[in-house]
Design a protein around this ligand. Structure first.
Ligand code: GCU
Length: 650
């Protein structure tokens, strides 16, 4: 990565380089409307026309007419007639989204005629959670599960004095329709807890930077804040003094930030405090905070990631996959209207392959959000190319209840951010495509991931000839990652703690509930009703039957739901053990092809970016080889079954 040192303080323009504004900037443009977001659009257009020879005009004939109604409407209509492209927005945010729609379309936005076409987000909540800390942990760094350097918000023990880079980030988010951001880690430590109180003026500064881009700020708060910050003897959600503390504290937040979005809460999870300590349930806990936020229009994002993280590995009756449904499904209907239950997409923990969480189908009387991880904790930590947009698209499109896709069962789409203070924002420059794609899918889950990637490529790179090789590198990279890591949905097999690279038994005898149960005869977790943990019973028809039977369970999830012998024949016709060998050899070969495709781009993409990706691909190849050899060797030694193709396994 020789080139990165010299460019440390530069900021990559990501998908908004000046060149992306050329088609618009070379034309005559009018911007009509009032309000801060219209002001943002006007400033964008002014910069574009100044750079590309067009004009921002108040009247007369124009090529592009951007017109906003008053208010907060997010939708816009675009049409082209008589040589003018007209965007009519239903409010300030809609005008910003309409502008970026035009930018994404490039020259095509000014070509021919287009009948009026209305664009509206499919859901109101499109949110990124930052797991940033103010303090730097010697082991974890500053951003929990962050792989792109330190925090863009915090430095030197507080909110940064210079928020210029945050402004550039807010602009990127506004351009893809992300409208909410949580500013701190869900594991709320001592210093960060104070963002709610004495550090509030700094949060207000951040809110000011996000506001012109239509993004509301949120804070992660600790459930025990009435004790730790308020000095009360209890945080019991039904205690009047506790309620009064939340009301008072929340009112002070809104006095400083009138458009504050709300709170994110991780309670009774992995050591975080919660309502269980007081014999209360999660609805009691969430509603106490909801009632403090309600008069101000705020929302509580209450996380469903609750499980026993002190499990005895000898205990075969406890199944972490069951936990969210066991805890929350009985509470359906008990949450206030301004509570959104934030549910990880799978029942475990952001693995490369998991079934869709059954919680999405189980709580029709509760507002839900699907939570994804743009940060690549378990998918290569932004050292590996792993384009996750197809995964999210598959989850959101999955017909879980009566054929209804997950997307129609949720009010929101939330993800853990992958951004840090790295020059390229996301550490791996190609991981920007995940951030971009998250915003686009959150806006409309029905978009085709390949088309979204095409938009990102078109905006980010000037030379159109890079499209083919970039698709080769990115399109199949999720499946490639899946092939060389833990097989057939069984998950984990990562090094404990930091979670990078293989360790097949790394979590096998731990308290975390993440086991594969491999022995000399077979592998996988029996989650059936018949003989296992009964997790399949949490699904509605047809999935409860599909997953229950080895015969109908999809191959890619077989070991998530079943413990099978190594010679079990998959639907693909291969035995389980031969599949493991073949997939791991194939995965590493695919990384080799990704490297070849990338190498053809030398001189066609910026040199610093080329060098960074080249170096990271070398690391990906090394790590994938390590995965292949450890996993294959492990299963050869356990099973004694040789590879039928006689390849080298150690
Ligand atoms: C994962 C991750 C943790 C995080 C947790 C969460 O388990 O490893 O760092 O705190 O998810 O989602 O709360």
């Amino acid at each position: 990565m020789a080139s990165t040192a010299s460019t440390e303080h530069r900021t990559d323009p990501a998908w908004l380089p000046a060149a992306a504004f050329r088609p618009l900037g070379a034309r005559r443009v009018r911007v009509a409307g009032d309000g801060p977001l219209v002001g943002t659009v006007r400033a964008e257009v002014a910069a574009a026309v100044a750079g590309h020879g067009g004009a921002l005009v108040a009247d007369g004939p124009v090529d592009l007419d951007l017109v906003a109604a008053d208010g907060d409407g997010e939708a816009f209509t675009v049409e082209r007639t008589g040589g003018t492209t007209i965007v009519r927005a239903e409010g300030g945010p809609g005008l910003l989204y309409g502008l970026h729609h035009v930018v994404r379309r490039g020259e095509a936005a000014f070509d021919g005629d287009l009948p009026a076409e209305r664009h509206a987000p499919r859901r109101a909540i499109r949110m990124l959670d930052h797991w940033d800390n103010i303090d730097v942990d010697p082991l974890m760094g500053q951003v929990e599960r962050g792989y792109a350097g330190g925090s863009i918000f915090y430095a030197d023990g507080g909110v940064r004095a210079d928020l210029g880079r945050v402004a550039a980030y807010a602009r990127l988010l506004g351009s893809i329709g992300v409208n909410r951001v949580a500013l701190n880690n869900v594991n709320v430590h001592r210093t960060e807890a104070r963002l709610l109180t004495d550090l509030l003026p700094d949060v207000a500064r951040l809110a000011e930077v996000f506001r012109p881009h239509g993004v509301a700020v949120h804070l992660s708060v600790g459930f025990a804040a009435p004790i730790t910050l308020g000095g009360l003897p209890t945080a019991d959600p039904l205690d009047p003094a506790v309620r009064e503390w939340w009301e008072r504290t929340t009112a002070a937040v809104y006095a400083a930030i009138p458009d504050f979005g709300g709170y994110v809460v991780k309670a009774d999870s992995e050591g975080q405090p919660g309502p269980f300590a007081y014999g209360r349930d999660h609805a009691d806990g969430a509603n106490a905070l909801a009632r403090a936020l309600e008069p101000h229009g705020g929302t509580v994002f209450w996380r469903a990631f609750v499980y026993d993280h002190r499990q005895d590995w000898r205990d075969r009756g406890t199944d972490r996959a069951r936990a969210a449904h066991d805890h929350f499904a009985p509470l359906d209907g008990a949450f206030d209207d301004n509570v959104v239950l934030q549910v990880k997409y799978g029942p475990m923990d952001f693995q490369v392959r998991e079934p869709v969480s059954p919680v999405f189908a189980a709580m029709p009387g509760t507002r839900l959000a699907a939570e994804f991880q743009v940060t690549q904790e378990y998918t290569g930590q932004q050292k590996h190319v792993c384009h996750l947009v197809p995964q999210w698209s598959e989850v959101l499109g999955f017909g879980l209840r009566g054929g209804e896709p997950v997307a129609d069962l949720v009010d929101g789409v939330v993800a853990v951010s992958n951004v840090g203070d790295d020059e390229f924002w996301t550490g791996h420059p190609l991981a920007q495509a995940n951030l971009f794609g998250f915003g686009r899918l959150a806006w409309d889950d029905r978009l085709d991931p390949a088309a979204v990637l095409d938009e990102w490529i078109g905006l980010t790179f000037e030379d159109p000839s890079v499209r083919g090789p970039l698709h080769e590198v990115l399109d199949g990279s999720w499946h490639t990652y899946e092939r060389y890591t833990a097989p057939l949905g069984v998950g984990f097999m990562v090094n404990p703690g930091h979670h990078y690279g293989p360790s097949v038994d790394g979590y096998e005898y731990t308290q975390w509930g993440t086991y594969h149960f491999a022995d000399r005869d077979g592998v996988g977790v029996d989650r059936t009703r018949a003989t296992g943990t009964g997790f399949t019973g949490q699904y509605p028809a047809p999935w409860r039957e599909v997953y229950e039977s080895v015969g109908s369970c999809p191959d890619e999830l077989l070991l998530f739901f079943h413990h099978v012998p190594y010679d079990h024949v998959l639907r693909s016709g291969k035995t389980v053990v031969q599949h493991i060998y073949d997939a791991h050899f194939a995965g590493v070969e695919e990384v080799g092809r990704m490297r070849e495709a990338w190498a053809t781009l030398e001189g066609r993409v910026p040199a610093a970016l080329f060098d960074r990706v080249t170096a990271l691909l070398a690391e990906q190849a090394r790590c994938a080889t390590e995965w292949r050899d450890q996993v294959n060797t492990y299963f050869l030694r356990k099973s004694g079954v040789p590879d039928e193709r006689g390849r080298r396994i150690f």
